[in-house]
Design a protein around this ligand. Structure first.
Ligand SMILES: CC(=O)N[C@H]1[C@@H](OP(=O)(O)OP(=O)(O)OC[C@H]2O[C@@H](n3ccc(=O)[nH]c3=O)[C@H](O)[C@@H]2O)O[C@H](CO)[C@@H](O)[C@@H]1O[C@H](C)C(=O)N[C@@H](C)C(=O)N[C@@H](CCC(=O)O)C(=O)O
Ligand code: ATP
Length: 440
């Protein structure tokens, strides 16, 4: 991969929104090349005064996909943004593209020059979205826990997804709650440019999905957008040139706080966006998910199932996320149920041992995937070492021996208790947290 497009800056030549059809088009220029992303929201029921401002923020978030094609030295923002939104913009590029910068060895991206448009946009009128919450559904265990908590808590959520595939639709179909979907289309030339060797890499996709959700909520008079991002999403994978590199940056707490600030400063929206599961560890979420068997035939966390082409039907069974989720669920589902969910018993496959060593912190850094912290993996291993279904499984036996030999040992009772306290910092409002706590 390399610089097949010569551009000195990413520019923002303009965007359009048709209030009748609900179709938004976002244009991005890299030199002479102009690329367009389309987001089809469907016809809006209402036109909230803050909608245009939210589309400004989405215009910026979605630009990261196009920036990364050429990785120019500057970003010239084409839209005036409130000064209070600029820290989010800086973090979106400098941290949201951190993994991209690291993997392509482009250190300047971490301090990319971002030129705002002056004068800044004025202060908008304040409002707090007050209708039923709109909760994002990704097909995996986390959003299922939120769906269930909100429904059982009487908050009457509307379920939401961008480009829902068959898995997301099947997960939503288990719930009686109403659904809203939005179609997002990348510029089709991106594939040709990738094939020609343009730069490629991870982008802060949760920031994009989040802003599409906030805009959708405004178009239908709904309440806050509820995400299902866990505590460990804020933990970086590694440090590079003195900077944290986090694959899940746009799922982390700093990104959530930045985006809330940007929504308030630029769109006047207060408490329009939060993650319900922020205070919880992955293991805690796995334990809550295990209470609901009705999603077993459809739940899928594996990212291979969400690729636009050549996607797996469900769990691929041999990626870091499959390994981690199998590990996290195993103590709470037992063997028979888990093998039913995954279609395979990963703990009998010794070819996956190296991948589990990574998760346990025995070898390289935590993989660039949506996996929990090393401490969480070790707590899960301790629970499995005591579990009658799992303690003799080949992978579990081998890992217990290696962790013990490494001198670290398995976590003690205090560390196990800490994983289920659910007291990590959260920005979710008390009424929502009550609904979550009621799940047990
Ligand atoms: C499904 C997946 O994991 N995709 C990542 C993968 O891309 P791949 O080529 O295998 O498949 P596609 O997703 O179909 O992408 C095709 C090309 O389009 C580019 N692209 C895609 C979405 C987008 O919003 N902008 C784009 O420019 C993409 O770069 C491909 O060239 O590898 C890519 C390179 O590392 C990743 O960028 C793809 O990740 C997707 C953006 C994606 O949706 N990933 C989520 C499943 C994901 O990683 N979620 C995170 C959340 C972290 C965060 O918000 O930062 C997680 O689970 O940890
Ligand atoms: N296609 C999508 N449309 C809207 N929101 C999405 C989509 N995919 C993921 N999300 C949301 O982004 C956040 C992070 O996604 P992530 O894949 O980690 O969660 P998940 O699918 O709920 O659970 P798991 O971690 O088990 O995969 C979640 O709040 C999820 O609901």
């Amino acid at each position: 991969m390399g610089a097949v497009i010569d551009a000195d800056a990413l520019r923002f030549p303009g965007r359009e929104f048709d209030p009748t059809t609900g179709v938004a088009r976002f244009h991005y220029a890299l030199g002479d090349l102009v690329l367009t992303e389309t987001v089809d929201f469907g016809p809006p029921s209402v036109l909230h005064p803050a909608l245009d401002r939210v589309l400004d923020l989405l215009y910026v978030a979605a630009s990261t996909s196009y920036y990364k094609i050429a990785a120019p030295k500057r970003v010239e923002l084409g839209t005036p943004l409130a000064e209070g939104a600029l820290p989010w913009v800086h973090a979106l590029f400098h941290e949201g593209l951190g993994e991209f910068a690291y993997r392509n060895d482009l250190p300047y991206v971490l301090d990319l020059a971002i030129e705002p448009v002056l004068p800044h946009a004025g202060v908008p009128e304040r409002s707090t979205p007050a209708g039923p919450p709109l909760t994002a559904v990704g097909g995996g265990k986390d959003s299922i826990v939120s769906m269930e908590a909100l429904q059982h808590g009487g908050l009457d959520p509307v379920l939401f997804a961008v480009n829902p595939n068959a898995i997301i639709r099947s997960v939503m179909a288990v719930s009686p709650q109403p659904v809203r979907a939005v179609k997002r289309t990348l510029d089709p030339r991106m594939r040709e440019l990738n094939a020609a060797g343009a730069y490629n890499g991870h982008i802060p996709v949760t920031a994009i999905n989040s802003l599409i959700a906030v805009a959708t909520s405004l178009m239908h008079g709904l309440g806050p957008v509820v995400m299902s991002n866990e505590s460990s999403a804020s933990v970086p994978n590694l440090s590079w040139l003195g900077r944290d590199i986090n694959h899940q940056w746009s799922k982390g707490l700093p990104a959530e706080a930045h985006l809330r600030d940007a929504l308030l400063a630029h769109a006047g929206l207060q408490d329009a966006y939060f993650s319900l599961l922020r205070g919880l560890s992955e293991l805690h979420i796995a334990a809550l998910f295990a209470k609901f068997t009705t999603y077993d035939a459809v739940v899928t966390s594996c990212n291979q199932a969400f690729k636009q082409r050549d996607a797996s039907d469900r769990w691929c069974g041999h990626c870091p996320k499959c390994r981690f989720v199998f590990l996290a669920l195993a103590p709470f589902t037992g063997r028979e149920r888990l093998v039913g969910i995954f279609g395979t018993d990963i703990f009998t496959d010794l070819s996956q041992l190296e991948g589990y060593r990574e998760l346990m912190g025995l070898t390289a850094h935590k993989p660039f995937e949506c996996v929990g912290e090393i401490e969480e993996s070790l707590v899960a291993l301790r629970l499995l070492a005591e579990h009658p279904d799992w303690r003799d499984a080949p992978i579990v036996r081998e890992l217990v021996a290696e962790v013990t030999a490494s001198g670290g040992g398995l976590p003690g009772d205090a560390e196990v208790d800490a994983a289920f306290r659910g007291d990590a910092p959260t920005l979710a409002p008390p009424r929502y947290l009550e609904a979550l706590r009621a799940l047990g």
